[in-house]
Write a protein that binds this ligand. Structure first.
Ligand SMILES: *Cc1c(COP(=O)(O)O)cnc(C)c1O
Length: 356
């Protein structure tokens, strides 16, 4: 569905850039924001007043619905700069479609394509200096939508705000990721909102993830809520298992987020003639593969870190080490994906999206 728009995005210029205050060699992910942001409001059935303005605080009533009912969705995407200074997005169409899919599930009105892409283009152009060239550097882009009607009645909001903020990011080194396989808690359930990038999906993961942290693990691999029998995803990343030379990942469903990185890894695997299986995988199959040595790799796939190799997993009080591979699939996919993102390689799939 395409929604017609009849306003152009207004631009309020900054007085002075704050870029000189930022130490680009020591960035903490998601802490420093660029000079500009995008803001657009919804009321009486229409998105209106699309504006790019200096990044700054919002003033909202404490009774604003998003604070009480969590009616909010978001996206995560990146812009990259090549050595000629040209800037690219990576498959932004996927993020546009997905935020509207998430919004629909959360009863938030869909956002118009024209505004989304015009806002991205204009923002990234205005903040072009914040996109640094060089291996692993990027500009993290966070579109989000939230309920802004004032009032605590438990009904969908009649007013919303759609915004885009952006933060420079460096190569995201996750170190050795050790994971716990969920045996008790669940992230999502059949018929629920697991497939949506709904804000509350993250809030609900923090407590079980903290428990995992206390035991020396960084993340949880979620299993199906009914039986905790099938491996699903890591909650900010989709997960791949390499058994011998076959790459296995769970099929997407209403419990599992349809990641752009996951989709891209599957495509690259096909391109590299690597055998892939998109199917349900039981925890017992993983344990057995770890015991008999056929488990070669586990890695997560998501926009923030691209690919994160997993070095160990814990299940029923036993810790299983995942062997280190010299020529790992993880390394290969990360390199191929980043070479496409940063315009160092051919783009046979048409994933790069130039910002003129
Ligand atoms: C965002 C997200 C991912 C990764 O998706 P990408 O499009 O690859 O960044 C995976 N799982 C969940 C739950 C997510 O929210």
């Amino acid at each position: 569905m395409s929604i017609t728009v009849n306003e152009h995005i207004k631009i309020e210029k900054i007085k002075k850039s704050k870029i000189s205050q930022v130490d680009f060699d020591n960035l903490t992910f998601g802490q420093n924001f660029t000079d500009y942001m995008f803001e657009c409001d919804y009321k009486d059935g229409k998105w209106y007043n699309p504006t790019i303005k200096p990044y700054g605080n919002l003033t909202l009533s404490p009774a604003t619905k998003v604070f009480h009912y969590g009616q909010a969705v978001f996206e995560g995407m990146k812009a990259y700069k090549d050595d000629n200074g040209d800037v690219f997005l990576f498959r932004p169409e996927e993020n546009f479609n997905r935020i509207n899919k998430s919004s629909k599930r959360m009863a938030i009105p869909e956002f118009p394509r024209e505004y989304f892409f015009e806002a991205l283009h204009t923002l990234v152009q205005l903040d072009k200096n914040w996109v640094q060239a060089g291996e692993g550097n990027s500009l993290y882009i966070r579109p989000f939508a939230m309920a802004t009607e004032v009032g605590v009645s438990a009904a969908p909001s009649s007013e919303y705000k759609f915004m885009i903020i952006m933060a420079p990011a460096q190569a995201y080194y996750t170190g050795d990721v050790r994971v716990v396989i969920a045996e008790h808690f669940s992230r999502s359930a059949d018929g629920g909102v697991g497939f949506a990038k709904a804000a509350g999906n993250y809030g609900a993961q923090f407590y079980p993830t903290n428990l995992a942290r206390e035991k020396g693990f960084q993340q949880v691999i979620w299993t199906d809520a009914n039986e905790h029998r099938y491996l699903e995803e890591a909650g900010t990343m989709n997960v791949f298992f390499r058994i011998n030379d076959t790459l296995i990942t769970a099929p997407t469903s209403d419990r599992i987020l349809d990641g752009v990185t996951r989709k891209s890894v599957l495509k690259l695997a096909e391109h590299n003639n690597i055998k892939t299986e998109v199917r349900r995988i039981e925890v017992s199959e993983l344990v057995k593969a770890a015991e008999d040595g056929s488990l070669k790799e586990i890695f997560g796939a998501g926009t923030a870190a691209v690919i994160s190799p997993v070095s160990a997993f814990s299940y029923k009080e036993t810790v299983y080490d995942v062997p280190k591979q010299d020529d790992s699939f993880a390394k290969r996919f990360k390199k191929e994906m980043m070479d496409i993102q940063q315009n160092r390689a051919e783009d046979p799939f048409g994933w790069r999206y130039p910002i003129a």
